[in-house]
Design a protein around this ligand. Structure first.
Ligand code: RTP
Length: 156
C-alpha cells in the first residue's frame, strides 16, 4: 500500500492561468494520473496577490517578480496536491525545464509551452517545499487522504 510505503512524498502542483485559459487542465491532470500518482487535493482558485507573493517570496528580488505576480493572479489557477513515492522529483521531470524551449519533448512544458513567462504549470522543488506549499494553498479539510484501489498492478 503506497501510503504506508517508505519514500512517500507530497507535492504541490499548480496549473497556472495560461494553462486554464488554454484548456489544458484535463491534459495536465491526466499526465499525473496516468503516471500513477494519487490526487489528494484539487480546486480552481483565483489567487490573491498576497498569496502569490508569499508563494514566490524567494524570487522577490528578481526583476521579473512583479510580472510573475501579475501572471499568477491574472486568472484562476488549478491547485493540486499529489502523493506518491518520489513524486516531488518525478513531477518536476514530467513538467520539464523552466524555459519551455529547453524542456524535452514528452514533458508538459516541452509539449505545450514556448515561454518561461507562460510555462503553464508549477511543481514543488523539494519534499519540504511540497509540504509548505500544500499548507499554504489548501485549508484543512480541503485535502483527502484515500486508498487507491490498484491491487498489485502499479506497485509491487
Ligand atoms: P515553478 O516554481 O513555477 O515550478 O518554476 P521553476 O521552479 O521551474 O522556476 P523558478 O526559477 O522557481 O521560477 C518560478 C517561475 O517564475 C517565472 N520566471 N520567469 N522571466 C523570467 O526570466 C522568469 N524566470 C522565472 C516562471 O513562471 C517560473 O516558472
Amino acid at each position: 500500500l503506497v501510503a504506508s510505503m517508505e519514500g512517500v512524498e507530497q507535492t504541490y502542483i499548480m496549473i497556472k492561468p495560461d494553462g486554464v485559459q488554454r484548456g489544458l487542465v484535463g491534459e495536465i491532470i491526466s499526465r499525473f494520473e496516468r503516471k500513477g500518482f494519487k490526487l489528494t487535493g484539487l480546486k480552481l482558485f483565483q489567487c490573491p496577490k498576497e498569496l502569490a507573493e508569499e508563494h514566490y517570496k524567494d524570487l522577490q528580488s528578481k526583476p521579473f517578480f512583479p510580472k510573475l505576480i501579475d501572471y499568477i493572479t491574472s486568472g484562476p489557477v488549478v491547485c493540486m496536491a499529489w502523493e506518491g513515492v518520489g513524486v516531488v522529483a518525478s513531477a518536476r521531470k514530467l513538467i520539464g525545464a523552466t524555459n519551455p524551449l529547453n524542456a524535452e519533448p514528452g514533458t508538459i512544458r516541452g509539449d505545450l509551452a514556448v515561454q518561461t513567462g507562460r510555462n503553464v504549470v508549477h511543481g514543488s522543488d523539494s519534499p519540504d517545499n511540497g509540504k509548505r506549499e500544500i499548507a499554504l494553498w489548501f485549508k484543512e479539510g480541503e485535502l483527502c487522504s484515500w486508498e487507491a484501489v490498484q491491487g498489485p498492478w502499479l506497485v509491487e
